[in-house]
Design a protein around this ligand. Structure first.
Ligand code: CNA
Length: 280
């Protein structure tokens, strides 16, 4: 168990896991769960922050309700608001944050079991976390297809459409369905890889949750799958998802970049982390 539910105790645990890995025991025991809050300092707005979030700034799109921009039923009738927003969110414009580099460091130390992310910005990949360590629970901009017949659509065509705020149509002219990036909209099923990996939290020895309001199911149910004795650390502006209710939960409330620096400091990794991030 963790002494005092403190950051120092989590730091000692990280070090111990690293040491076990070095001694040839399985050290890959940390699961990380992330959301839009880990990318806000990169310049990408989240959904729900009160004044800076996307939902607070969607008035110009004339939506009936804010979530409509990511709702598959709404998209069928009016895809243009999504394509207006996609221009801002499309990967390639932003630099990973030190929080993304912290996840990479966990992998470099041989202790990352899996990263579950709700983000579609691909910044974890850009920070160097390998694809087989990432579950993109809400999909990503990496692929695009017709929403009717599922036929794949070429990447360059999507890039052009997004740049021109134009709605692309199925390459099969007879179908002519709407095309969208394979990011998961409200009303759509999560990717198979989410369900294939969703029991991994039960194997974790440490769970780190960062930058998410934990308000979208089924992702929001992941931290509860951790065993009672597995410490869950929350690095977030606000307390969410009932984390804090178990004896070994640790709350590091505030900016997650500051939070990961505290964790890294406690594990003796701060210099290494700063150097890794500076190279990213
Ligand atoms: P959300 O509901 O907007 O919640 C964000 C959470 O992060 C809130 O609890 C904030 O308080 C917190 N937060 C914001 N900034 C910071 C910070 N600097 N440090 C610590 N905490 C912070 O976003 P969720 O990810 O929980 O919601 C799920 C949606 C949002 C997913 O489906 C994503 O696809 C979607 N989304 C993704 C991106 C992206 O890829 N970067 C951007 C916007 C929305």
């Amino acid at each position: 168990t963790l002494e005092n539910r403190s950051v120092e105790a989590v730091g000692r645990m990280l070090k111990a896991l690293e040491k076990r890995g070095e001694e040839g025991e399985r050290g890959e025991r940390v699961v990380v769960m992330t959301g839009a809050g880990i990318s806000t300092s990169a310049g990408i707005p989240d959904f729900r922050s009160p004044t800076t979030g996307l939902y607070a700034n969607l008035a110009r799109l004339n939506l009936p309700y804010a979530e409509a921009v990511f709702d598959i039923a709404y998209f069928r009738n009016n895809p243009l608001p999504f394509y207006t927003l996609a221009q801002e969110l499309y990967p390639g414009k932003y630099r990973p944050t030190i929080t993304h580099s912290f996840i990479r460091l966990l992998h470099d130390k041989g202790i990352l079991l899996k990263l579950f992310t709700q983000n579609i910005d691909c910044l974890e990949r850009e920070a160097g976390v390998p694809g087989d360590k990432i579950v993109e629970a809400h999909g990503s901009f990496a692929r695009q297809s017709c929403i009717e017949c599922k036929t794949a659509y070429p990447e360059q065509g999507m890039k052009d459409a997004i740049r021109e705020k134009r709605v692309p149509r199925c390459v099969d002219k007879a179908c002519n369905g709407l095309v969208k990036p394979e990011i998961v909209f409200f009303g759509e099923q999560l990717p198979a890889e989410f369900f294939a990996n969703r029991d991994l939290p039960t194997q974790a020895h440490l769970c780190i949750v960062m930058g998410t309001s934990l308000s979208v199911q089924p992702f929001a149910g992941l931290p509860a799958l951790c065993r009672e004795e597995t410490p869950r650390v929350l690095l977030n502006m606000e307390q969410v998802g009932g984390i804090g209710s178990r004896p070994d939960d640790v709350l590091v409330l505030g900016d997650c970049d500051a939070g990961v620096r505290k964790l890294a400091e406690a594990a003796g990794w701060l210099e290494e982390l700063e150097a890794l991030w500076a190279r990213t």
